[in-house]
Design a protein around this ligand. Structure first.
Ligand code: NAD
Ligand code: UDP
Length: 316
């Protein structure tokens, strides 16, 4: 299906983007990976460097890009609270100017374009589980707003390009995803807990640890993203992609301790402002429209992620 298909992956040197590049190359696509290396790294795609259909370009999506492509996966944006709050103005620019630039590119070339949106568009939800027709409960002026509102505005732009210019859009709302090539320093809960457990350090539970998240293994997610990209033209999304298995953060910590055999203890830290209390995707739409659902349970995915971080720590 991807034969002779020229695919642009923005944020392609990041965690999820690098897995997309890898799978697309396996299916015969030509992949142009664009990244400014803010949170991503060349090392995430170094194993692809010599592939004849792979090209890596340093570029910031807040500036226009002129290339000829058939499909665009717009993944560029720091995703962890530490990194997206480091330079919040740049985060909003990446989502909003980045969307305008990539949609402009899609409009000129006629490319199909997929947006990596997020469960954060639901904010701290008062509907549970979250369905796509829920409009969310988002603080517009808090520390998470640069990310949440930037992604919401990007969705608005996608649907306005669709209505105004008939751009061929796909919008995925991605829920917490984990796996190999997460940045060990980016402060996200799965990487934090695994690295802390492997080092025998205290495991940092923010708040009482009773807040919930639903964790999707990266291979399942990438299959869903590619399935959405390749779905019939009438399917625009937004569509939730995530694993409906819901766990408290304390349960996650306990599983990580058990699977690593660590002697780490749990310790408490203050709950960050506007931290969502509950999160679980309703994936009925993805099942019906894409025939997609995740297959990798948290336990199995954690084993693979632990192996990755263990090798990474041993190499440094
Ligand atoms: P990541 O930080 O590993 O990847 C993001 C990539 O984008 C990095 O390589 C970074 O260097 C690059 N980037 C950032 N700003 C850029 C810019 N202005 N120009 C070019 N490149 C830029 O994060 P990830 O987890 O792989 O997330 C990828 C996408 O998926 C993001 O858009 C994120 O918002 C979305 N998402 C991820 C999750 C998750 O749980 N991982 C959940 C919801 C949505
Ligand atoms: N969290 C935690 N300890 C950590 C890192 C995160 O308890 O060391 C909590 C965080 O407060 C949130 C959940 O884990 O409730 C998920 O955090 P993450 O930053 O991974 O994702 P997001 O909040 O964006 O879903």
């Amino acid at each position: 299906m991807h034969q002779n298909n020229r695919v642009l992956v923005t944020g392609g040197a990041g965690f999820i983007g690098s897995h997309i590049c890898e799978v697309l190359l396996e299916t015969g696509a030509e992949v142009l990976c664009v990244d400014n290396f803010f949170t991503g790294a060349r090392s995430n795609v170094s194993h692809l460097r010599d592939h004849p259909n792979f090209e890596l370009m340093r570029h910031d999506v807040t500036f226009p890009l002129f290339v000829e492509v058939d499909q665009i996966y717009n993944m560029a944006c720091p995703a962890s609270p530490i990194h997206y709050q480091f330079d919040p103005v740049q985060t909003t620019k990446t989502s909003v100017h980045g969307a305008i630039n990539m949609l402009g590119l899609a409009k000129r070339t006629g490319a199909r374009i997929l947006q990596a949106s997020t469960s954060e568009v639901y904010g701290d939800p008062d509907v549970h589980p979250q369905q796509e027709d829920y409009w969310g409960n988002v603080n517009p002026i808090g520390p998470r707003s640069c990310y949440d509102e930037g992604k919401r505005c990007a969705e608005t732009l996608f649907f306005d390009y669709f209505r105004q210019h008939q751009t061929d859009i796909k919008v995925a709302r991605i829920f917490n995803t984990y796996g190999p090539r997460m940045n060990p320093q980016d402060g996200r809960v799965v990487s934090n807990f695994i690295v802390q457990a492997l080092k025998g350090e205290d495991i940092t539970l923010y708040g009482d640890g009773e807040q919930t998240r639903s964790f999707c293994y990266v291979d399942d997610l990438v299959r869903g993203l590619i399935g959405l990209m390749d779905s019939p033209e009438g399917i625009t999304g937004p569509v939730n992609l995530g694993n409906p298995g819901e766990f408290t953060i304390r349960e996650l910590a306990e599983q990580v301790i058990e699977l690593t055999g660590s002697k780490s203890q749990l310790t408490h830290r203050p709950l960050p402002q506007d931290d969502p209390k509950k999160r679980r995707p309703d994936i009925t739409k993805a099942k019906e429209q894409l025939g997609w659902e995740p297959t990798i349970p948290l336990r199995d995915g954690l084993v693979k992620a632990i192996e990755y971080f263990d090798n990474l720590l041993k190499a440094h």
